[in-house]
Write a protein that binds this ligand. Sequence first.
Ligand code: AP5
Length: 231
Amino acid sequence: MRGAALDLILLGPPGAGKGTQARRLGAAFNLVQLSTGDLLRDAVVAGTKAGLAAKSIMEAGGLAPAETVIAIVDGRLDHPDISGGVIFDGFPRSIAQAEALQHLLEKRGRTLALVLSLEVNEDAVVERISGRYTCERCGEGFHDRFKRPRIEGVCDVCGSSAFQRRADDSAETVRDRLAAYRRDTAPLIEYYAQKHLLAPIDAMSTIDTVSDRIAARVSAVSKDRGVKPVP
Ligand code: AP5
């Protein structure tokens, strides 16, 4: 038993480092990463109804229909692997989604522990996104400048040599994704501040330094909640 579940949100604009940090945090604290972007991309590849509803919107940098996203999250929260806690990565993305998340957690007897808000400037975000690629097999993220594989062309984690870049990472689509962030998602910063859940994180440092800052905040809140450390 680890005590109460530790449910966290990683909030931030596209390219802020949510996915990168969610993977590290998940490994360090034994939490499940729930990325709505990944789940939607899986649905697009699988050609499901949700994928068909989201595909063209994602390609244009807009937000997928809220009911589609909420249904996907609801289904994912039914898996038993989330009992120790979830890192919501890319969800919620609007006040309406935040209210839906509260309801989804409440009906399972859970409450949010913390909202980590990654603070970055927009120039950095564009640079981070334009150099990004991932391992096709295990999903590990890399960057042309900031995070190259230890052996060129070979994934550090699984050894695969197949990599991919995202279709929505073009300069034009990134501008539209940033506009959607400013319009729909940024108001969540004030929303969670008022609920005393917000932990601003300066994310303009190296990946390791940002991880340390996040781990310090999560350790403190997990102690408060009586969550036992992962051995
Ligand atoms: P999603 O997949 O969530 O994308 P996003 O929010 O745009 O975020 P990214 O994945 O682009 O960036 P990230 O913050 O995870 O950064 P990363 O760690 O990769 O969503 C895609 C689309 O799906 C949306 O546009 C929308 O259409 C739809 N969607 C998803 N969720 C939805 C929802 N809830 N409702 C409606 N629609 C939804 O880092 C970027 C790069 O920078 C990497 O190469 C990394 O190595 C590097 N890096 C990271 N940190 C640092 C650092 N500190 N220093 C230097 N480099 C760094």
